[in-house]
Design a protein around this ligand. Structure first.
Ligand SMILES: [Zn+2]
Length: 396
């Protein structure tokens, strides 16, 4: 995720934090320190409320981390690679480098998260009961442990809602996928439920803002705004997962070599930025150009690289000074186009070199892929899924 920084590594998985998560952390600490705890813990100082609020925010962070680790560890056990877990404003996300190959794996992987939240809720409840005072006075330790139990319970319940991309939606998808052997139908059903749930959250949020009491919940503007944001995030994630499913169908069985530019232009490292901009970017509409000399590929120069240098200096700055140097992310010509697209999406790349035995043999760009899909549509060509694979190109 762009805008994220690393904070550590657990079991080979990088743990990252997106700047938006810091906002959520402060918000949680503030809500607990200024609202919840002063209401339930009597006669304490502001400092105590704030310490409890910060411990609460940290506890939520650790709970979400454990939830995501459970997804990731199941994925690793099932032979998938997990590159990172990143925290952002709405929680954590595990970046797993491939989709589950079978319905059974998806079921286990998705189910592990909510299960861990329910187990954590039980553990915190047990710990809280150890600190319960006989005369029913709520101590800070008891309050923090109880709310951590409650938060994990809510996290578990929220995640078992059967709408994709929530864990419950993935579990539902895996069940339909297993029963029908059709990932497309499964994604459509789970995705549409996810979309409806997202919209329901948005409507609930609006009712909260307009002070309408629903389900016995006292209206609260902050809850309203939060529900609208999460609802919007979920419905757009459901939309994009369904769009991705349809894209996967169009490129099922297509290899990188079918789409790549087989003889991409190369520019010398000594060329000036001015010449690249004028000749390649402006005249030919290219967005990136490999940089090579007689020994082979040295790097790649993109519009973003060029923009780092003030325009007045383009004439006397060489490509070598601004290019992104090797080693670059690359794919091989026999890779599936869907795998290449996934790498490009995750790393935010518009193009990726195609390498064979250490040599660049082509360049794959988003523009090439769009052109391929448009031509495919104009000609009315339908991809025949490979035998023994379902519609998305995954082994059944
Ligand atoms: Zn989860």
């Amino acid at each position: 995720m762009r805008g994220a920084f690393k904070i550590g590594k657990i079991a080979g998985i990088e743990i990252g934090v997106h700047y938006s998560w810091i906002f959520a952390f402060i918000l949680f600490a503030w809500i607990f320190a200024s609202g919840t705890f002063p209401a339930v813990i009597k006669n304490q100082t502001q400092t105590v409320y704030w310490i409890c609020g910060i411990i609460m925010a940290l506890g939520i962070f650790i709970s979400v981390l454990l939830h995501e680790l459970c997804h990731s560890l199941v994925a690793i056990r099932k032979g998938m690679k997990v590159s990172s877990i990143v925290f952002f404003i709405f929680g954590g996300v595990s970046n797993i480098e491939s989709e589950p190959k079978t319905a059974g794996v998806e079921f286990l992987m998705a189910g592990a998260g909510p299960l861990s939240s329910f187990v954590l809720a039980a553990i915190f409840l047990g710990l809280a009961s150890l600190f319960a005072s006989p005369d029913n006075i709520v101590t800070p330790v008891f309050a923090v442990l109880s709310y951590l139990s409650y938060t994990n319970l809510l996290l578990g319940i929220f995640n078992i809602v059967p709408g994709f991309p929530l864990d419950g939606g993935r579990v539902l998808r895996s069940i339909i996928w297993g029963a029908t052997k059709n990932l497309r139908t499964a994604t459509l059903v789970a995705g549409n439920i996810g979309r409806i749930f997202g919209w329901a959250l948005i409507l609930f949020g609006i009712s909260q803002i307009f002070n309408i009491q629903l389900f016995g919940i006292t209206p609260n503007i902050l809850n309203g705004v939060w529900s609208i944001l999460i609802g919007w995030f979920l419905s757009s994630a459901a939309d994009s997962s369904m769009r991705e499913q349809s894209l996967q169908e169009h490129i099922a069985g297509v290899k990188v070599k079918d789409v790549m530019d087989k003889s991409p232009q190369c520019i010398s490292p000594a060329a000036s930025i001015e010449s690249v901009v004028n000749e390649s970017f402006m005249r030919q509409g290219l967005k990136a150009l490999p940089v090579c000399n007689e020994t082979g590929l040295l790097g790649i120069v993109t519009i973003a690289d060029v923009k780092k240098v003030p325009q007045e200096e383009w004439d006397n700055t060489t490509v070598q000074a601004v290019m992104t140097r090797i080693p670059l992310d690359s794919v091989s010509e026999e890779d599936d186009l869907s795998a290449a697209l996934k790498i490009m999406g995750e790393k935010g790349l518009n193009q990726i070199p195609v390498m064979s035995q250490g040599k660049m043999i082509g360049l794959l760009s988003r523009a090439d892929i769009i052109r391929y899909l448009q031509t495919q549509q104009q000609l009315g060509i339908k991809n025949k899924p490979k035998p023994n694979t379902d519609i998305s190109g995954r082994p059944v």
